[in-house]
Design a protein around this ligand. Structure first.
Ligand SMILES: Nc1nc2c(c(=O)[nH]1)N[C@@H](CN(C=O)c1ccc(C(=O)N[C@@H](CCC(=O)O)C(=O)O)cc1)CN2
Ligand SMILES: [Mg+2]
Length: 283
């Protein structure tokens, strides 16, 4: 039976560490600032943004939410970003995804100053990730790495398979695993013989957006399996991309949904904000 990697507990522990780091910054008169832009009324986004606000404020981050109407123009969003780019109290800016159709997500993300782009979605930061330079990297992959480390799971030299190639999770996850010396394969919906590929994985990271798709026959015995998926099954229950019941019998480690990667995504974001404020403190 797999060890269940508890993202809620790991996130609480991280928050304690973050609160202490922020205390130190406050002694230097630095308060980490995070500005979140939420466009429209996507129901899931409202929940995530609320969770971010609660955790950010609890540890002492100066959190500001900018709620924009679903019909807002791209120009108005860019104007707000310009204003936040210039605000010296704001260390990090992020635009909650997804955005409405009239907004060009790439244009918006690239308008954020690379050093304030806490999501690491701008081309400048993507280049830094793959160019092996220091930069801001996406929250979910950061959170996943932290969770693996908290459970003392070896990353270096291991066969890692990332299933999914999204810009938010799959690609940056692969980049960060490579940076940490895993041997990395990216598989996706067009991969042939997917089970044969995933069966090689010591670290299996799944982000394909298909409810309970990865069953025990995809998993190497003893592997660490990380489920990034969030789907609603036929009964309306929140489930991951991994079939928890069967995979639990064969994996060495497994994340639940909910309570696995989700809370660690917020951890990854908060940590990036604090790192940026710590950099400001050294200026
Ligand atoms: N600009 C960004 N947009 C989005 C990101 C991102 O990192 N940057 N990631 C996701 C949404 N997300 C954070 O923004 C996020 C998703 C899920 C959770 C979470 O805590 N999930 C809970 C379940 C919550 C529920 O009941 O629905 C869990 O898994 O336990 C936090 C943050 C897409 N957009
Ligand atoms: Mg998904």
């Amino acid at each position: 039976m797999a060890v269940i990697m508890d993202g809620k507990v790991a996130a609480q522990q991280a928050d304690q560490e973050f609160a202490m780091r922020i205390q130190k910054l406050k002694q230097q008169n630095i308060i980490p600032g995070l500005a979140v832009i939420l466009i429209g009324d996507d129901a899931a986004s409202q929940v995530y943004v609320r969770n971010k606000a609660r955790r950010a404020r609890k540890i002492g981050i100066n959190y500001q939410l900018h709620r924009l109407d679903r019909g807002i123009t791209q120009e108005a969003v860019l104007q707000l970003i310009t204003q936040l780019n210039q605000d010296t109290q704001v260390d990090g800016i992020m635009v909650q995804m997804p955005v409405p159709k009239q907004i060009d997500a790439n244009a918006v993300m690239n308008a954020i100053l690379p050093q304030k782009d806490v999501d690491g979605f701008s081309f400048a930061n993507i280049g830094r990730l793959w160019g092996n330079a220091a930069g801001n990297f996406p929250a979910t992959p950061r959170g996943v790495l932290r969770l693996l480390r908290d459970y003392h799971i070896t990353i270096e030299g291991q066969q890692a398979v990332v299933v999914g190639r999204s810009d938010i999770v799959g690609k940056p996850m692969a980049g960060l695993l490579l940076k940490n010396n895993s041997t990395v394969t990216i598989a996706h919906s067009k991969t042939q013989n997917l089970a044969q590929v995933t069966q090689q994985a010591d670290l299996l990271i799944v982000a394909i957006g298909q409810a309970e798709f990865i069953t025990a026959d995809f998993v190497k015995p003893g592997a660490a399996v990380v489920d990034v998926g969030m789907n609603h099954n036929a009964a309306g229950k929140l489930v991951g991309d991994v079939d928890f019941k069967s995979v639990k019998q064969i994996a060495g480690y497994l994340t639940p949904v909910p309570g696995g990667v989700g809370p660690m995504t917020i951890t990854g974001l908060l940590e990036q904000v604090i790192v940026l404020a710590e950099q400001r403190a050294t200026l």
